[in-house]
Design a protein around this ligand. Sequence first.
Ligand SMILES: Cc1cc2nc3c(=O)[nH]c(=O)nc-3n(C[C@H](O)[C@H](O)[C@H](O)COP(=O)(O)OP(=O)(O)OC[C@H]3O[C@@H](n4cnc5c(N)ncnc54)[C@H](O)[C@@H]3O)c2cc1C
Length: 450
Amino acid sequence: MGKPRAKRRTGGRPVDAGALKRDTLVMNETQTFDTIIVGGGLAGGLAALALASRGFNCAIVDAGDPATVRNAAFDGRTTAISYASARVFRRLGLWDAVTPNAEPIRDILVTDGRAKSRFDEGAVSTFHLHFDSRELGDDTPLGWIVENRVLRNVLFDAIEKNALVTLFAPAKRAGAAFNAAHAIINLEGGQALKAALVVAADGRFSALRAEANIKTNQWRYPQTGIVATVAHEHAHEGVAQELFLPAGPFAILPMTSASKGEHQKKHRSSLVWTEHSDAAPAFMALDDDKFRIEIENRFGPYLGAVEPAGPRWSYPLAFTLAQSYIAPRLALIGDAAHAIHPIAGQGYNLGIKDVAALTDVLSEARDVGLEIGHLSVLQNYQRWRRFDSASLALGTDLLNRLFSNDIAPLRFARDIGMGAVGRVAPLRKFFMRQAGADLGALPSLMAREL
Ligand SMILES: Cc1cc2nc3c(=O)[nH]c(=O)nc-3n(C[C@H](O)[C@H](O)[C@H](O)COP(=O)(O)OP(=O)(O)OC[C@H]3O[C@@H](n4cnc5c(N)ncnc54)[C@H](O)[C@@H]3O)c2cc1C
């Protein structure tokens, strides 16, 4: 790998420092920032923009090449962005670029869809829950389904234009040093970056977390998430479906329509199909026609004829929860702090809340003259986020264990539970607010009213 490219600004114009080169980027040069964010994924990219919105000067260091990461083939997933998370994008001026490609979720249908009763008899299970956004009393949808490639491109476009954010990518970290005065991140190639605080946004396998000796609770699920886009005959009407099948949840998520000519059937949905890990490779290897039959068996007839539209991706599923979100001059956000089962579509939403909370904590500390890398400041961030994300992470784990099986007593218990929630309006509203990430102490970027 050559020397990492860094975006620089001269005379207000972004310049590629790879092209700018040698005379400005001297080997062993140390550049100083307020914060260095290691990991420019969905959490790290958003963190840089949020911190920059409060005047912090940020560096992002990412191992990936932006040209590859921006490409559709890099990540085929969609993300369910909750309505509280969307406020963060809105307040950072990013939502207008997202919204043409964001499909509103109007209803969520959850069905205990054991394969036999659901598919063999062609009937919907009597045990289902219906969450209707209209019950919350305004026109706000329950969330939006957005392709990850769209989110990544929106973030990268904004980063390129932001005078307070410098991107070093592709750039590998050669080392890190934390001391009483500052933190240093060394890059392969000789550059050194200095800041008061390092934000670890380097994902589930965070090397920074390990180097800081922060332990994790972690386990692998015997499940793999198969992700694909399908085109279908009938409109989805903004309904997200989650079928609980014995191998795990099977989610059908409404997407924006394909542009004309892109695909014959223009209605599209995204699948997140949780399957036993030992069976997943066989499903991944099926030709499109056999894959279509497997999908149709699970969908039933409600979307009409369906067909796969594009490649498939698979993700081994695991749970990772950091035992601390902070160390001196280090704060963990996103999957570096908590990587959870996608059953409730909340992983990135938790990361968005981390970003918003950290932004409040750091700007409030700076405004009263405190040092942003000091442990006493970072403790405020940990107090705000750790319990909240741990309880949601463990809740999703429990949900997956309760539903990903066909054990009769468990089935009975969960169906009673679903029936109860389905009949009690305040409970339904509670779950909708929970899914909307609109409960608890909300950071200012997420608050209902400012
Ligand atoms: C199948 C599936 C479906 C999902 N659906 C949803 C959903 O609907 N809603 C939702 O909220 N969440 C969902 N999630 C979770 C969501 O995708 C993740 O929580 C989110 O992508 C995590 O983002 P991140 O930036 O924290 O981590 P990552 O995306 O892992 O980014 C980490 C970044 O760090 C960089 N990096 C790593 N190591 C280094 C290093 N040493 N030096 C420099 N850079 C480094 C990487 O290149 C990468 O860019 C889903 C997850 C899965 C698996």
